[in-house]
Structure formats: C-alpha cells, structure tokens
Design a protein around this ligand. Structure first.
Ligand code: ADP
Ligand code: MG
Length: 570
C-alpha cells in the first residue's frame, strides 16, 4: 500500500482554520476590532463597502507594530498575546490564538499598515494577487494600525455562495460593531458604510456618557426602561442595564452580555437571565439587557471555541445561582420602587421594533429612570413622630428580653414576640397585595417535608407565592429558593408542617395559617444578641406601627417596686 498521509500545505490548512473563524464579513470585523482593542486603541474607525464583501477597513490609534512584528502578524499561530501553555490559563486579551489574520489572509486580500511608537517609518504589508510572498514597503501612517480586507472569499468562492444578501451581511456586521461599541466605553468608534456615516460614539467613562452610549446603540426607550445594576460577590462583579420586566421584545436582539469585556454567547448565563425574568415575562417575548460580568481570568476558560464566544466556568453553579439571585432581587426591588413611587404597578411597555441604526446627528437623551444599586434600601418607614423613637434599650437579657426605658418608665420588652408580630403584620399585608421585599437565595434552603402532593400544591402556592416564598418540592425535600428577608433566619421545617395543617383545614380566614407560620418561626439563640443596641433600637422603631406591638412590653411601675421595697424588712 502506498503512503496516504500528507501534511497539508499552509494555505490549505489556513483555509480550514478560516472556515471556523471567518464565516462572514461580520466575523472579519469582530476579529479586527478585537485586535485594535487589544492594541489599546482609543479611537477606531471602521469603513465598509458593499456590506463588507468589497472592503472592510479598520483603522486604530493603538500601539502599532514594528516592522519585524508586522511581517509575522499574518503567519498562522503568530501572536504577541501568549507565549506558554500556562498563559492560556489566564487570558486577559481578546485574542490569543494567532489565527485571525492568517485566516483572513487565506480567503481575501489583506493589507496591514502600521507604525509603532518610537519608529521612524510606517510599513505596509500586503500580498500581490496570487503571489506567495508578502510585499513590505514604507508607508505614511500615524501611530496605530490600519487593516484592509478586500474582496472577501475571493480565494474561497464556495464560502461566498453561503453568504446572504449584501444588506443582510451588512446588518450582521453592524450588529457586531454595536456589540463592540458596548464592550468598552473608553474607546470611540466611527462606522461608515459606502462612505456614509452610520454611527459615531465618543469615548467617555462617566455615568452620563455610558447612558448616552447605551441609548445610542439600544435606543432611548431602553435606557429609560432599564435599571442600573451593580453587584459584587466572591471577586465577581456584575453591572449594567437591566430592562424592566414590562419592557420586552419579540426577538432576542437587545441582549448584550460580556464577560471580562468579551462578547459571549453563554448557555449558563442565558439560562440564569431567563430564570430571573421567569415570572415576569411571558413566553415568546424576550427581556432586554446590557450586562457585564467581571471574573478572575483563572476562573474561566475562553479557549473553548475558535470564535472565542463561548466560555467555560470553573464553578458554573456558583455563577449561575449568584446571577439569578442578583437579577431577581434587582428586578423585584425596582418593581417595589415603582409601586411605592407611583402608587400603582407600572404600565406594560411593549417595545415597538425600532430601527437601531444611529445616525450621525442623532442626539440621544439621558436616562431618566432612577439609578438603583441592588443594595439600595427601598423600604424605610417614616420616622417622624415615631412613638418609639425616644425609647432606650438599656440591656438585653435571656436571649430576647430587653430592658426598655421610656421617659420615667422602665419595662421588659420581649423581642421575639415583637419580631413575630412584625412578621405577622408584614405577611398579612403582603397577602393582601402590598409588596414585600424578597430575596433570591444564593444557597437554597432545604427542609425535610412530607405530606405535600399535587392536590395540595395549588393551595400552598396560592398562599406562599404572594409572600414572596418560591420553592420546589421533590422526594420529601422542600427547597426554598426565594424568601422575604424577614423570614430568612427564622424558618424551619416545623413552620411548613404547621402551615400546611392550618392551610388545609382552613375556613375563609387567613389568620390561622399565618399564625402557624409565625408561631413556629425560631430565631437562633444569639440572633438578637448579635444585633447590637443600635440595631435593636432600630428594629424597635421600625415596628412602632405594628398593631398590638405595645403588648410586647411588661412595664415595671414605680408603685410596684415601692410596694415590694416597703415589704422588704431591713
Ligand atoms: P491574535 O489576536 O490571536 O494574537 P491575530 O491573527 O488576530 O492573532 O493577530 C496576530 C498578531 O498581530 C497579534 O497578536 C498582534 O500582535 C498583531 N496585531 C494584529 N492586529 C493589530 C493591531 N490592530 N494593532 C497592533 N497589533 C496588531
Ligand atoms: Mg486577534
């Protein structure tokens, strides 16, 4: 048998690689913009002819390349971004595979002109049609790089057949540019198509600049109907704009997600976002968001897919749960603010499919929706004239009994009772429709719990969901995923058993099952002790208007003491 295996000539090997990396004009633009951003450009200009099929030119003011680097740039596996296998574990650049320019070179005419700082001459590298070798010649260029890609797929006519119409290809390219525009705010971008200015955004890092850019790319209505989010956990940061649940689209085109500045399509994160909006957006409609996740580069692997749009997390469960929790809490908080401010739920706002092209003279307005952070306290009771505001807590004894001073009077205050009354009051109001702040739990709480079947499911859900309690039940285990904050520390399986008994045998009244919940709440022994006097005083003034709260105090009258003293023989 004769020899069968041959090593492919570089040109053919590159063509195969190009098939993975360069699908259409939009992929070229993505790779070139990534290179400009990696080169620390502050201003990038993109010129496109005929949807990118005729010409794509990206000009940047980044660090540029010296002559020797320029000659290597289009070689396969030539990169300045990694050197060793270990570097793959901590990638902090957008590129690292050293494949993009080589791939582009194998399917189109490529020309790169560049000047690095400190160099006298700029150089232009290109290959004459069908020539094997590159030509390098001096050129005029300011510090930075210009990459020109013309006649896309001229060397791979088969691929050209798979392209859509010029218009469709252009729209995909424009979408890529918009995604890049939102990937970083300190870089200015200009996009021209067939010599017509399509979009221009200036560099700027302030809140107003950021809102302006998001409005320019996603539309004014989005910014006005989005809340601003910022949250940290275990070295991760999540921030951005989250469309309010009433604002949704028929397509998933207003969804921008970045990890460490990289545009990603990640199933886990997408699932988390969908889960966060689950109860608030009907099926077939899509939420809108611009979200940035920053995470330690060592906690993700970006070397998963040739287009680098997929990532793998070392602890995907943690990221998923944290995201669901953070987004849910933010959405709920926003809904409460809106209700508290307007006195009624905000109106449904179905977005019309608007044109997203930004014209040169387009002057977007700033966001008018209040910026919220997820740590924002939404519910603060009014303290003016609060009957408890001058009360003093003198001591805390026996876990939950406090010595209280009001004017000349002293009494024993039972904080456990006080807390129970407060919880009862808040749950009752929540059941009657008043919003109650609930939190998505990072680590769901589980309780052994039998006696729950499909027939009781409805009864239980009907009562617990308005209280902000979200749970699953499987194989005798109840998993609570969301809770009102004030229930969190007191919950135990006895609460659910008592609740179910009361709820099932219940008449018309709502009190027995609410009582069942509250009576069985049990706070840890040191719960009140940990609160500090200031915390206890705050709690006491917060419950001032809870019906019957004064019954938690046993006053010790002076007469009682005097009488006791008189009876005491010296
Ligand atoms: P990668 O980005 O994965 O390194 P590329 O093929 O995209 O691979 O680019 C090869 C190299 O060319 C880069 O590592 C970089 O050093 C250089 N390069 C490409 N584009 C630019 C640019 N716009 N400015 C400066 N250097 C560039
Ligand atoms: Mg690259």
């Amino acid at each position: 048998m004769s020899k069968k295996i041959y090593v492919l000539p570089p040109m053919v090997a590159n063509l195969i690689a190009a098939g993975e990396v360069i699908e259409r004009p939009a992929s070229v633009v993505k790779e070139l913009l990534e290179n400009s951003l990696d080169a620390k450009a502050r201003r990038i200009q993109i010129d496109v002819e005929k949807g990118g099929l005729q010409l794509i030119r990206v000009r940047d003011d980044g660090v540029g390349m010296i002559k020797d680097d320029l000659m290597l740039a289009p070689e396969p596996h030539a990169t300045s971004k990694i050197k060793t296998a270990q570097d793959l574990e901590r990638i902090d650049t957008l590129g690292f595979r050293g494949e993009a320019l080589a791939s582009i070179d194998s399917i189109a005419h490529l020309a790169i002109t560049s000047l690095a700082e400190g160099e006298q001459t700029a150089w232009k590298l290109y290959r004459r049609v069908d020539a094997k070798e590159y030509t390098l010649e001096p050129a005029a260029h300011p510090i930075g790089t210009t990459v020109e890609v013309s006649e896309l797929f001229c060397y791979a006519p088969v691929r050209r057949k798979f392209l859509r119409s010029e218009k469709t290809e252009y729209l995909a390219l424009e979408d890529t540019v918009k995604r890049m525009m939102l990937s970083t705010f300190d870089v200015g971008f200009v996009l021209r198509h067939n010599q017509r200015l399509v979009a221009q955004v200036r560099a700027g890092q302030g809140e107003a600049d950021q809102d302006k850019r998001v409005a320019a790319v996603c539309g004014d209505t989005f910014v006005k109907n989005a809340l601003h989010l910022e949250s940290h956990y275990e070295g991760m940061q999540l921030w951005g704009w989250l469309g309010l649940p009433g604002f949704h689209r028929s397509q998933s085109d207003l969804q921008y997600l970045y990890i460490n500045g990289r545009i990603v399509k990640d199933k886990i994160l997408n699932h988390a976002i969908r889960a966060a909006y689950l109860d608030s957006i009907e099926e077939g409609r899509y939420p809108c968001y611009v979200l940035y996740l920053t995470i330690d580069p060592e906690a993700i692997d970006v070397n998963v897919h040739p287009t680098k749009q997929e990532v793998r997390f070392t602890d995907s469960r943690l990221v998923h749960e944290w995201l669901v929790m953070t987004l849910r809490n933010a959405l709920q908080e926003a809904a409460q603010v809106k209700i508290a401010v307007d006195g009624e739920p905000f109106a449904e706002h179905v977005v019309e499919e608007e044109s997203m092209v930004v014209s040169a003279d387009h002057q977007p307005h700033y966001a008018t929706f209040p910026r919220l952070s997820t740590n924002h306290t939404v519910y603060a009771p009014a303290f003016e004239d609060n009957p408890h505001s001058t009360d003093e807590i003198l001591a805390l004894c026996h876990q939950h009994y406090a010595l209280l001073k009001r004017g000349d009077q002293v009494g024993w205050l039972d904080f456990q009772k006080c807390h129970q009354k407060n919880v009862y009051d808040r749950l009752l109001r929540a059941f009657r429709g008043e919003p109650l702040k609930a939190q998505w739990l990072l680590l769901p709480q589980t309780y052994p719990f039998s006696g729950y079947d499909v027939s009781t499911k409805f009864i239980v859900q009907q009562k617990l969901v308005p209280l902000g309690i979200v749970f699953d039940w499987e194989d005798g285990i109840l998993t609570v995923r969301q809770l009102p904050a004030l229930l969190r520390d007191g919950l135990n399986s006895a609460v659910f058993t008592a609740f179910l008994n009361a709820a099932l045998s219940e008449t018309e009244e709502s009190t027995p099952w609410l009582n069942a919940i509250v009576d069985h709440l049990q706070w840890p022994a040191d719960y009140f002790k940990k609160m500090s006097f200031e915390g206890l005083r705050k709690l006491w003034s917060e419950v001032a208007y809870v019906p019957g709260i004064e019954a938690c105090i046993r006053w010790v009258t002076l007469e009682d003491v005097q009488q006791e003293m008189n009876e005491c023989t010296v």
